[in-house]
Write a protein that binds this ligand. Sequence first.
Ligand code: FAD
Length: 403
Amino acid sequence: MSDREEFRTEVREWLDQNAPKSLVGHQVDELTGNWGGRNAVFDPPDMKAWLEVMAERGYTAPTWPREYGGGGLSNEMAKVLAEEVARKQLPPALSGFGLTMIGPTLLRYGNEEQKREHIPKICRGEIRWCQGYSEPDSGSDLASLQTRAVRDGDDFIINGQKVWTSYADLSDWIFALVRTDPDAKKQEGITFILIDMATPGVSVVPISLISGKSPFCETRFDDVRVPVRNVIGEINGGWTVAKALLGHERSMIASLFGSASGGDRRDGGGGALAGLGRSYLGVDSEGRVANPTLRDEIAQNEMDTKALGLTIRRASDSAKAGHQPGPESSLFKVYGTELNKRRTELAVRIAGPQALGWEGPGFEPDELQRTRDWLRARGNSIEGGTSEIQLNIIAKRVLGLPD
Ligand SMILES: Cc1cc2nc3c(=O)[nH]c(=O)nc-3n(C[C@H](O)[C@H](O)[C@H](O)COP(=O)(O)OP(=O)(O)OC[C@H]3O[C@@H](n4cnc5c(N)ncnc54)[C@H](O)[C@@H]3O)c2cc1C
């Protein structure tokens, strides 16, 4: 038996013995999964035991080094683990910005002390992270950010405001960009720093979205004292770290919408749009969606989803083999998010008047959620850098076109 198949047998047996029985078949997507943190809510409650057994074995971050709490698995074995978890239809034991954004960045740019302090807590889901990049006047032009950090002995004193900070109200730590040299060229006066949200002077106010939810906040810093040892990389050298993290963020966003199960996982790939079409539009004599125009659009959308999913899988294999995401992650980000917008729009058109509910009687819960998902998808092509900005990056850094 090959090493791979031997490992598969071992994982299968281990999952049979350790995965909570109540979670088998309880597949949820990354967004609604467990994001951990000091105030984590485990729903269903067995998610707590599931996280603990997976973290104990390093399987929440299977390819990260064992010395920091990862699984130390090769890319190939990590794939086997993912396949076996998917085969039992188990939910992800842990999701969030720790695993997808700050963890990989710390592994590359953090010093030994920082890795030992933060990475094991990420692997065990003890700390939930949020991202403090955007400011009221600095979104696309991120390097113009104004949040100021002034050195005071072994600390920085931070003052300023971040905005659109996803889940800041639920997070324990924030990775933030601050201006440490106001006189330098704008990219050269920025520092990447980690801040405990429980530090006096940090405050958050949730902002409501068109979909009715408040997934993000305004985050203020008023005389927040942060140790200099929390700087990742060089003081004034944060722009390099920031860009590397954005590569991970864009790959993560794209993979959410390009995974084999499809973007808005309710009406996503795997034939779900076709099923929706059959139930709302009826079928023709051959059992196909009756409306030929929408049938073509459904087929196109499902082919595009499949093609993106396979391309992302190829890129993620090469990332696990050591290749850092570069400007090409912008291709996935722009395509994945625009595809998800098309997909949610198509789901609403298929459902017709049943997609026009907001609350109250006359609509099934899935129908009400579909309307909100469609509205939420509008933000996909803004978060993590707008589609226009991704197209600029592709033009300059992938295609090499002149400014
Ligand atoms: C759902 C959601 C979650 C988010 N979560 C976070 C988070 O957790 N942390 C965080 O820091 N930020 C977060 N953001 C903020 C996000 O990164 C910014 O909204 C984004 O970078 C755009 O910045 P802006 O909103 O200031 O728009 P602007 O930069 O003001 O852009 C306005 C419009 O002008 C266009 N534009 C601007 N410059 C150019 C150019 N050079 N060429 C062509 N077109 C251009 C843009 O494409 C856009 O259409 C989130 C945003 C959303 C919608």
